[in-house]
Design a protein around this ligand. Structure first.
Ligand code: TXA
Ligand code: MG
Length: 362
C-alpha cells in the first residue's frame, strides 16, 4: 500500500498556481477548477504523469482523457504545428469546421475529437488514434495552463464512475490523501462536463456526450448535427453496457420519466427497505405521482430550478448532498419537456446515475 499524501488546498491565485505549476512540471497530478466540473490534471506529454491520473481515480485504462490547452494554443494551425493533432488525417472540410468551432466556442465547454498527433502519447488517448481537446473557460485554470506551457490531461476529479465535483471541497472529499494539491477556484459555473463532438467525414458533427454547450448553440455553428444516444467512443472501447453506470451516487437512485409513475413506489421498495426517501424535482409546479405519495416514508424534498442552465449548475452538488444525507434512496423526477438547451445533458447524467437500479422490477 502506498502512504497517503497530505493534500493541500490553495486558492487559485499566484501562490497556488506557482505550486501547481511545479508539481505538474515534475509529473504530479493536481485538482484544478474549470467552468464545467473540477478536473484532475497532469502533463499530457508525460506517460508516467498520465498513469498517475488513472491510478488516483481508479479509472479503467481503456477510458481516454481530454487534453486541456492554454488559450494561446487554441487554434488548429497551432495544434498541428505542436504535433498534437495530425492534420494529414483531416480533410479540407473537416479542417475548416474544426477551425471554426474552435474560434466560436473556445474557451468554453466544447471538447473536439481530432486525430492524435505524434507529440502526445497513446496512453492519454487509451490507445485510440483520436484525442479530445478543449480550452477551458476558467480564468485561474487558464493562467495555470499559460504559465506551465503544457497540455494538461484532465478527467473529472472524482473517483471513477462517481458524481463529478463542482467545488474544491468535493474533490477533497474523494481524493484527499491521493493527490498533493487542489486549487480552489470557486463553484463551477456550468456544473456539467463539456459537450464532446466528433467531426465526421463530410462535415457532420456527432455529439458523443451531451454537456455544457447546448445542441442549439452548436447548431448555430453550421454543420449537420448527429446524435449518439450512447457515446460512440464508449461503445467502441467498452463491452456493451459496461459504462452505463456513471456519475452515480452510492445510494440507490431512480429516474422518473412520465410513463413509470404508477410503478415507481413498488420498484423502490423492491430494492431497499425504506424509511427515508430524497425526492429531487425541477421547478415548483412538480406534482409527485400518487404511487410515491402512497409510500408513507419521510420525504426529503429538494427542488432545482426549471431553467436548464440553473438546474445544471446545482445538479451534481444536490445529488451529492442527498447521497450524504440519511436517506435510503433518491428519486429524481424529470420535467416533461426536457429536450432542449441543457436538458439532454441533464437527462444523460441522470440516466447513467440511475442505470444500475433501472432493472429493478416491482
Ligand atoms: O468538462 C469536461 O470535459 C471535464 C473537465 C475536467 O474538463 N472533463 C471530463 O473528463 O469530463 P472525463 O474524463 O470525465 O470524460 C472524458 C470523456 C470520456 O467519456 C471519454 O470516453 C471521452 O471523453 N473521450 C476522450 N477521448 C475520446 C476520444 N478520442 N474519442 C471519444 N471519446 C473520448
Ligand atoms: Mg468523468
Amino acid at each position: 500500500m502506498t502512504t497517503p499524501l497530505s493534500t493541500q488546498c490553495l486558492s487559485c491565485q499566484e501562490t497556488g498556481i506557482q505550486l501547481a505549476k511545479l508539481l505538474l512540471q515534475s509529473g504530479e497530478v493536481v485538482g484544478v477548477p474549470t467552468e464545467t466540473v473540477y478536473g484532475l490534471a497532469a502533463d499530457a506529454t508525460n506517460p508516467e504523469a498520465v498513469q498517475r491520473i488513472y491510478a488516483a481515480k481508479g479509472r479503467p485504462a481503456h477510458n481516454p482523457l481530454i487534453v486541456h490547452l492554454p488559450a494561446s494554443w487554441g487554434n488548429l494551425t497551432k495544434l498541428i504545428d505542436l504535433g498534437f493533432v495530425d492534420g494529414l488525417r483531416l480533410g479540407k472540410q473537416e479542417r475548416e469546421l474544426a477551425a471554426s468551432l474552435m474560434q466560436k466556442f473556445w474557451p468554453g465547454p466544447l471538447t473536439l475529437i481530432l486525430p492524435r498527433g505524434p507529440a502526445l502519447p497513446a496512453s492519454v488517448a487509451a490507445g485510440l488514434p483520436t484525442l479530445g481537446f478543449r480550452v477551458p473557460q476558467h480564468e485561474g485554470f487558464l493562467r495555470l495552463l499559460e504559465s506551465c506551457q503544457l497540455p494538461l490531461a484532465a478527467p473529472s476529479a472524482n473517483l471513477s464512475n462517481r458524481i463529478s465535483p463542482t467545488e474544491a471541497a468535493h474533490v477533497l472529499a474523494e481524493l484527499s490523501g491521493r493527490i498533493p494539491l487542489v486549487l480552489d477556484g470557486g463553484v463551477a459555473r456550468v456544473g456539467l462536463e463539456s459537450t464532446i463532438v466528433a467531426i465526421e467525414e463530410g462535415g457532420a458533427l456527432r455529439i458523443l456526450r451531451f454537456g455544457g454547450l447546448s445542441p442549439e448553440d452548436l447548431n448555430r455553428a453550421g454543420g449537420q448535427l448527429l446524435y449518439s444516444p450512447e457515446p460512440e467512443a464508449i461503445r467502441r472501447i467498452e463491452a456493451p453496457g459496461m459504462m452505463a453506470e456513471h456519475y452515480a451516487p452510492r445510494k440507490p437512485t431512480f429516474l422518473l420519466e412520465g410513463g413509470d409513475s404508477e410503478t415507481i413506489g413498488k420498484r423502490i421498495c423492491a430494492v431497499v427497505p425504506l424509511k427515508e426517501l430524497a425526492v429531487l424535482s425541477f421547478g415548483q409546479a412538480t406534482r409527485l405521482p400518487q404511487s410515491l405519495l402512497d409510500l408513507k416514508f419521510t420525504l426529503l424534498r429538494r427542488e432545482l430550478p426549471i431553467e436548464s442552465k440553473a438546474a445544471a449548475q446545482l445538479l451534481f452538488k444536490t445529488l451529492r448532498e442527498c447521497d450524504q444525507s440519511s436517506v435510503d434512496a433518491i428519486v429524481v423526477v424529470l420535467p416533461e419537456d426536457s429536450d432542449h438547451e441543457l436538458w439532454p445533458a441533464i437527462k444523460d447524467r441522470l440516466t447513467r446515475a440511475s442505470a444500475r437500479w433501472r432493472q429493478a422490477k416491482p
